[in-house]
Design a protein around this ligand. Structure first.
Ligand code: ZN
Length: 184
């Protein structure tokens, strides 16, 4: 029995990051503004770690005097983001947020907006494999994927698909205000 899962030709930080093995995805540079739900794994990890816009890749606090980061978080209940809430969705710049709100097809669940002072890396969402059978284990709540924290021993047996961060210093933003503010 091994001690972790891995690739036969594992290569550096693209494959392994903070102890987790990362899913391999084809890199297609410059494919427009993917935004919510369509961000590929490596790009998601870079964007959420470096607080770059999930749409265009620019730093999200760049044009903002308070240096906060705008997050649009999928939420079926439309409840405001709470302190320490976890997300896999990178922040967005004002321009991409506006585009998402005005032009994007409305996500089935809807989303809420928050300005966030800082984030903290918490773990990954991925597929956990059994150390005994090397078969994928069922995910959380009947899903394919599980949340695995960075201090969870299952991390070594997880194929990571998304990095998870927690949001801190959160201020709820009304999406209507956002549109008015950015368009003005
Ligand atoms: Zn952007």
């Amino acid at each position: 029995m091994g001690t972790e899962i891995g690739y036969a030709d594992e290569y550096g930080l693209a494959d392994r990051w903070s102890g987790a093995l990362w899913i391999r995805v084809p890199v297609r540079p410059g494919t427009g503004a993917p935004l919510l739900g369509r961000v590929h794994a490596l790009r998601q990890r870079q964007a959420i770690n470096q607080l770059l816009c999930g749409g265009c890749g620019q730093p999200t606090a760049g044009g903002r005097p308070d240096q906060r980061h705008l997050f649009l978080v999928a939420s079926a209940t439309r409840q405001a983001v709470v302190e320490g809430e976890k997300t896999t969705t990178p922040p967005v710049c004002d321009g991409c947020a506006l585009e998402t709100v005005l032009e994007g097809p409305p996500p089935r669940t809807g989303y809420v907006a928050a300005l966030v002072e800082h984030t903290s890396a918490r773990g990954v969402v991925g597929i956990v494999y059994s150390p005994d059978t090397l078969e994928p284990l069922p995910g959380d709540n009947g899903h394919k994927f599980s949340f695995v924290a960075y201090d969870d021993p299952r991390l070594r047996w997880t194929l990571a698909c998304r990095e998870v961060v927690s949001m801190h210093g959160c201020t709820a933003v009304d999406l209507t205000d956002l549109i008015g503010h950015t368009a003005a």
